[in-house]
Design a protein around this ligand. Structure first.
Ligand SMILES: CC(C)(COP(=O)(O)OP(=O)(O)OC[C@H]1O[C@@H](n2cnc3c(N)ncnc32)[C@H](O)[C@@H]1OP(=O)(O)O)[C@@H](O)C(=O)NCCC(=O)NCCS
Length: 156
C-alpha cells in the first residue's frame, strides 16, 4: 500500500493531537501535550510530517529536530486502526529524507525497551542500538524500562 506523507503546517496541529491521543498508551505517559508540540514546532530546525489518506485524514505523524548535522526523531505515531500497513515506515523514511535534505548526516532516537512495534520499525529502517540508559522510563506503578538510543548513519 502506498502512503502519502507531507510536511505539516500549523493547520495540522489539531489532527496531529488526535493521533497523539489515540496512538500512545497512557500507561507510559509518552504523549505530548498541545503546548509541548507547538512549543517544539516554534523552535527553528524542528518540523513535523504527516501521513494522510486520499481524503486528507491524518493517519500518523513524525516530529524531528536538527542540530548541526545530527537529526533527532522526537516522536513517531500512527493511529491505532491504521497500523501494520506501512504508515510508520513511510513516515520514518520521509523524516529521514527531509533531514538529509536539511544537511543531516545521521539520525538518532530514543525508545523505551519493550516497545516492540517501534523497535521493529526502527530496525527495519536501519537504526542500530548504540547505547542504553537503565530504568530511564517509568510505567504503571514501580515498573521501569531502559531507554535505548539508536542511530542511523546516512550514506553520502
Ligand atoms: C511504532 C508505530 C509508529 C509503527 O507504525 P506502523 O504503521 O504500524 O508500522 P509499519 O506498518 O510501517 O511497520 C514497519 C515495520 O515494523 C514492523 N512492525 C510494526 N509493528 C510491529 C509489531 N507490533 N510487532 C512486530 N513488528 C512490527 C512491521 O512488520 C514492518 O515491517 P515490514 O516493513 O518489513 O513489514 C506504531 O505502532 C505506533 O504508533 N506506536 C505507538 C506510538 C509509539 O510508541 N511511537 C514510538 C515512540 S515515539
Amino acid at each position: 500500500m502506498s502512503v502519502d506523507v507531507r510536511l505539516a503546517s500549523g493547520a495540522d496541529v489539531s489532527a496531529i493531537m488526535t493521533v497523539m491521543r489515540d496512538a500512545f498508551d497512557p500507561r507510559f505517559g509518552e504523549a505530548w501535550s498541545v503546548s509541548q508540540l507547538t512549543g517544539s514546532l516554534s523552535i527553528p530546525g524542528t518540523w513535523a510530517m504527516v501521513a494522510h489518506g486520499a481524503d486528507g485524514t491524518v493517519t500518523g505523524f513524525t516530529l524531528t529536530r536538527l542540530i548541526l548535522d545530527s537529526a533527532e526523531l522526537l516522536l513517531v505515531a500512527v493511529a491505532n486502526d491504521c497500523r501494520g500497513a506501512g504508515c510508520g515506515r513511510a513516515l520514518l523514511e520521509a523524516a529521514a529524507e527531509q533531514a538529509r535534505q536539511r544537511g543531516a548526516a545521521e539520525m538518532f532516537l530514543e525508545v523505551r525497551d519493550g516497545n516492540e512495534a517501534a523497535l521493529a520499525l526502527y530496525r527495519k529502517c536501519d537504526f542500530t542500538e548504540i547505547g542504553r540508559r537503565k530504568d530511564y522510563y517509568s510505567g504503571a506503578g514501580t515498573e521501569r524500562f531502559d531507554a535505548i538510543t539508536m542511530r542511523c548513519k546516512f550514506g553520502i
